[in-house]
Design a protein around this ligand. Structure first.
Ligand code: SF4
Ligand code: SF4
Length: 337
């Protein structure tokens, strides 16, 4: 049975307390960290105020530096139009949000991606940011919160959507082609210059040639008018949950991955939302494990216990993740002081 370590914290305002707690937890799950360690985090979309703040990572950084490791922050560029769509803006957002203690390296910078082949139910090919795919060890640091389709979670979403490049993200969202809204299209031709297979057809009625399109999502990133979007109607929640689990499986395969989750500022939607959101539950604390399924399950169980009858969904990702061997929903919760 997997172990999940937990330190209850009702208040994250004292950064020294948070950092002492994260060091204590890391010592329990340390696989023998060495060398260069990517800290997979989320820098928060511009306008978001509930992402995990940089000062709360200081204990983790100190712990790794004491072990003579070289930690760096990493994340992948996002699919939609925002402040983290391209590497330059993503780095600027990280800096503006105060992530300056250690280097920030975008995992799919210059669209560098590694294709991982594994035959699963929904995918047989996975596109993971190269810096993450190349790492032998990784520390996945998540913010436990909601997501409009995935439900509540942390570690699995961070591994899946967080480690995939744009092509992988689009495959999980829409299976897998963008749609072009001709009413929004200004016929600027930017997408045609970036599409690798000439699938953006800017004619009398602009559209995407679905036969040619390989779903790389580049057009969504570069379209200045928001005419290229994700086809949300093509997404079925249960399928989406299973795709997340499959991508998470691919991202952690052949790697030593350790997980820490911050269950604080628990909002209904995720840190990709560039808006101010109010937490919908009280802070729980910090959790750590070597198993992402056990960790997310423990967070869900704790929040349900704390908040009573409120429904916090997210279970199907964990059920399916367990089925494909990503981890175990059975765990032993070890509470530390
Ligand atoms: S998703 Fe990629 S291949 Fe498809 S139309 Fe857009 S740029 Fe072209
Ligand atoms: S980049 Fe956007 S606005 Fe420009 S032609 Fe393509 S779809 Fe139209």
């Amino acid at each position: 049975m997997e172990k999940v370590y937990f330190i209850a914290m009702e208040d994250f305002s004292d950064k020294n307390k948070v950092n002492e707690a994260s060091k204590k937890l890391l010592a329990k799950v340390d696989p023998g960290f060495s060398g260069s360690i990517p800290l997979k985090i989320h820098f928060g979309e511009k306008g978001n105020i509930t992402f995990i703040k940089p000062e709360n990572y200081e204990g983790i950084i100190e712990y790794l530096k004491d072990k003579k490791c070289e930690p760096f922050f990493t994340d992948t560029n996002v699919l939609y139009k925002g402040s983290r769509t391209i590497t330059k803006d993503h780095l600027e957002t990280a800096k503006d949000h105060g992530f300056t203690q250690i280097p920030v390296r975008i995992a799919d910078e210059e669209d560098k991606v590694t294709e991982i082949k594994i035959k699963l139910k929904h995918f047989d090919s996975f596109f993971i940011g190269k810096r993450i795919a190349d790492a032998k060890q990784m520390l996945v640091i998540s913010h436990f919160k909601g997501h409009m389709m995935a439900g509540f979670g942390g570690a699995i979403k961070q591994l899946a959507m967080g480690c995939a490049n744009r092509r992988g993200k689009l495959a999980m969202h829409a299976h897998a082609k963008p749609i072009l809204n001709p009413l929004k299209c200004t016929k600027c031709m930017t997408c045609t210059k970036h599409c690798p297979v000439d699938a953006c057809i800017i004619s009398k009625i602009p559209h995407v040639d679905k036969k040619k399109c390989i779903g790389c999502a580049m057009c969504i990133a570069v379209c200045p008018s928001g005419a290229m979007t994700i086809n949300w109607l093509a997404v079925r929640p249960k399928t989406f949950n299973e795709m997340l689990a499959e991508y998470a499986f691919a991202a952690q395969k052949d790697k030593e991955v350790t997980y820490i989750s911050f269950a604080t500022q628990i909002t209904k939607h995720c840190d990709c939302e560039g808006t101010e959101m109010k937490p919908i539950a009280k802070d729980l604390g910090l959790l750590a494990s070597r198993d992402p399924i056990a960790l997310d399950q423990a967070c869900l169980d704790l929040i349900r216990k704390q908040e009573g009858k409120k429904v916090f969904s997210g279970e199907h990702t964990l059920e399916y993740g367990e089925e494909i061997g990503l981890g175990s929903r059975k765990y032993e919760l070890i509470t530390l002081d």
